[in-house]
Design a protein around this ligand. Structure first.
Ligand code: 5GP
Length: 115
């Protein structure tokens, strides 16, 4: 099934794209949780972290490298930021195309809500 992110990668759906190369596309989240909230996605459709295969290791590493570059570009590298992969129901994943959230621009508080 085609996801929203595949449509953004293909240029069929508009998004504020901040980075693109042959492996990944990065665009601003439509509902930002902080001043900087960028999604870094592989151009190849991988539904969840559970679906990552050995041959995907380079693109997953590249996603993190691009997050680092974008943090510098956004001016949030020194203060710090958070990188998040949500997986499936308990992780709160809503879009089933692998994505890395780059979130920053303010203190982000506790990593996880404690019960
Ligand atoms: P998840 O909960 O799956 O980890 O995160 C999905 C993210 O995608 C959410 O933060 C949501 O705001 C964002 N999102 C959902 N639909 C769209 C869209 O059409 N465009 C953009 N730019 N972001 C989207």
């Amino acid at each position: 099934m085609t996801t929203i992110f595949e449509k953004i990668i293909a240029g069929e759906l508009s998004a504020d794209i901040v980075y693109k190369d042959e492996q990944v596309t990065a665009f601003r989240d439509i509902n930002p949780a902080a001043p900087t909230h960028i999604l870094i996605v592989p151009n190849k459709a991988i539904p969840t972290v559970n679906d990552i295969q050995p041959e995907d290791e380079p693109v997953v590493g590249h996603m993190i490298y691009v997050a680092k570059l974008l943090a510098e570009q956004e001016g949030i590298a020194e203060d710090g930021y958070r990188l998040i992969f949500n997986c499936n129901k308990h992780g709160g994943q809503e879009v089933f195309h692998l994505h890395l959230h780059l979130i920053g621009g303010r203190p982000l508080g506790p990593m996880v809500v404690r019960k």
